[in-house]
Unconditional design. Structure first.
Length: 245
């Protein structure tokens, strides 16, 4: 069934296109694509399909949500984005933060993720504790992504591949290191590294290793390691779904 998207004005669409260009410049200059992907994901990943609360509705602008344990460091993204956001007062924070995530993937060599504007800003943040915990396994991943958010097993593995960008920081997450040797390039290296085993200097979280132990997840890891085009296609679909929860 086709999704019905909100109708936005021509001026709003033009503002989105201009903001996209400004975001490309910022992300290229500051080399902050991983942080922009993180704010987009962490904004959207709070959605709870049972209560229809949380989700990508601009609430990361509130200090309360930035104070959630899983969001350590996301305040840097908010700070970097604010000067551009001020140039586009008509664009909602909800759209703007998701647009930043889409641009981050595109500018680092990843797939073009379809972007449909029209999200509203909600007045208060969701409760803490809805984002995935990197120390846990497959049951937890399914509890968060499938039961809570309404996504699929395939989406879990495809989105995990987004860890090809960025690194963990000890002071933010308790973990340290990057998943790949080129953490500013979006490709399928996350999966090839995962299958090749642990290497000195590279990171594998418990939630990453769990993908290899699951009979549904592992074949998808192997598929994406062997076929980057298949990964890009499934990632773009999963990222779009996450951004539209």
């Amino acid at each position: 069934m086709a999704k019905n998207y909100p109708t936005v004005s021509e001026d709003y669409q033009k503002a989105i296109e201009k903001a996209k260009k400004k975001l490309r410049g910022l992300i290229a200059e500051k080399k902050c694509a991983p942080l922009m992907l993180r704010i987009a994901w962490h904004s959207a990943g709070t959605f709870d399909c049972a209560s229809k609360t949380g989700g990508p509705f601009g609430t990361m602008r509130f200090k309360e949500e930035l104070g959630h344990g899983a969001n350590n460091g996301v305040d840097i993204a908010v700070r970097l984005l604010e000067p551009i956001k001020e140039q586009f007062p008509t664009i909602t924070y909800a759209d703007f933060y998701q647009l930043a995530g889409v641009v981050a993937v595109e500018i680092t060599g990843g797939p073009e993720v379809p972007f449909h504007p029209g999200r509203e800003d909600k007045p208060e943040p969701p409760q803490e504790g809805r984002l995935p915990d990197a120390t846990k396994g497959c049951d937890h991943l399914r509890d968060v992504f499938v039961k809570q958010m309404g996504l699929s097993d395939q989406d879990i593995v495809a989105l995990s591949g987004g860890h090809t960008l960025g690194r963990c920081h000890k002071e933010r997450s308790g973990f340290e290191g990057a998943w790949t040797a080129n953490p500013l390039i979006f490709d399928n290296t996350y999966f090839t590294e995962l299958l090749s085993g642990e290497k000195e200097g590279l990171l594998q979280l418990p939630s990453d290793k769990a993908l290899l132990a699951d009979p549904v997840f592992r074949p998808l890891v192997e598929k994406y390691a062997a076929d980057e085009d298949a990964f890009f296609a499934d990632y773009a679909e999963a990222h779009m779904k996450l951004s539209e929860l």
